[in-house]
Design a protein around this ligand. Structure first.
Ligand code: UT7
Length: 332
């Protein structure tokens, strides 16, 4: 049995936070943000809108587009670093209930911006082992809830949103997800973290900023490790599968920074039309960024049945991953 990537869906909150808005909030400029990151705006969830609310909307679309009866879904994995609740219940169980999926295996995974690629690899393994048949994977983030809007080093980067995909068993090898690489290095844990609130720290502050619940990032160091790691990772997965970069129809990288994407794309000699870019309009939505980007090319009619995608992500942990995925869904 193989695992096929059957459908995609996404949800983007309506409220926009532009670079001009941020100019009023912190000491920054539209020019600096555009030049250093490629970001022009990001979408922000309503105060009462949760990560699972957004994930459910993306998932409903993915289920509808798969043509599958939702009662056949037997597992739900949610990749998020901004769960509805800090420790429990998982966002996945809340999502399952919102979607009317009864008694499915449901759990969250924490791999930051690489979360969707990690979730995809877990789905592939469960399907190939024969344990599950139809797995809904969701990347959903309300990063605005863990962003410090007085820290110009991070608040200009992050946005909210969700994406979802249905991964199903198939006997047709031509439809199969070809390969997925994932890795991590906890030696770099302090480059990108929410420093407090877990068992590694004690806090009795109610103030979220003081309590260290907001993201902190050593941006420039993270940038350098990201370019190096991602470039090596995509070259390796292509070489190991004897696939040339010209065979990639869509390179769908995690949308952290245009300069990182460009560096990796150049290392692979990719043409502009092969590279999927959404960073300008959504910013960095962590675990949601890759499915949101896939949804963009799907809804714009660029993603066709059989197209080979190369997914590529990097994030807190540090974690990274890449995947060679033919689109096995119906063209919109
Ligand atoms: O998604 C998961 C993984 N995350 C990433 O991959 C993100 C990786 N990092 C980045 O994307 C980039 O490092 C940033 C966009 C965060 C920063 O860009 P950079 O080119 O690495 O800038 P920098 O941190 O080296 O800072 C350069 C200068 C500094 O000023 P001085 O020391 O040269 O005077 C910063 O204080 O830019 C200053 N700066 C800003 N200026 C205006 C930092 N943030 C801002 C800002 N507006 N928002």
């Amino acid at each position: 049995m193989y695992a096929a990537f059957r459908s995609i869906g996404a949800y983007v909150p309506t409220k926009i936070l532009s670079n001009a808005d941020l100019e009023v909030m912190v000491d920054t400029t539209d020019e600096w943000i555009t030049k250093r990151t490629g970001i022009k705006e990001r979408h922000i969830a309503d105060e009462n809108e949760t990560t699972s609310d957004m994930g459910a909307k993306a998932a409903e679309l993915a289920i509808e587009r798969s043509g599958l009866d939702k009662n056949q879904i037997d597992m739900l994995i949610c990749a998020t670093i901004s769960p509805d609740y800090f420790c429990m219940p998982s966002t996945a169980t809340i999502l399952a209930t919102k979607l009317g999926l009864n008694k499915v295996t449901a759990f969250d995974i924490s791999a930051a911006c690489t979360g969707f690629v990690y979730a995809l690899s877990i789905a592939k393994a469960f399907i190939e082992s024969g344990m599950k048949k139809n797995i809904l994977i969701v990347g959903a983030e309300k990063l605005s809830a863990i962003t410090d809007y007085s820290d110009r080093g991070t608040c200009i980067l992050f946005g909210d949103g969700a994406g979802a995909a249905l991964i199903s068993a198939t006997e047709n090898k031509a439809e199969a997800i070809i390969d997925i690489h994932t890795g991590s290095d906890g030696a770099y844990a302090d480059l990108l973290m929410t420093p407090n609130g877990g068992s590694g720290s004690v806090h009795d502050e109610l103030d979220r900023e003081k309590a260290g619940c907001f993201m902190k990032m050593k941006g420039n160091e993270t940038f350098k490790v990201a370019v190096r790691t991602l470039t090596n990772d995509v070259i390796e997965i292509l070489e190991q599968n004897s696939i040339s970069s010209s065979a990639i129809k869509h390179f769908v990288p995690h949308q952290a920074n245009y300069r990182i994407i460009k560096a990796v794309g150049d290392a692979l000699n990719l043409a502009d039309e092969q590279v999927v870019l959404t960073v300008a309009k959504y910013g960095n939505t962590s675990g949601a960024s890759i499915p949101m980007a896939i949804n963009d090319i799907y809804e714009s009619g660029r993603l066709q049945e059989g197209d080979l995608m190369l997914l590529d992500a990097f994030g807190g942990g540090l974690t990274w991953g890449s995947a060679l995925v033919p689109f096995a869904g119906k063209t919109l």
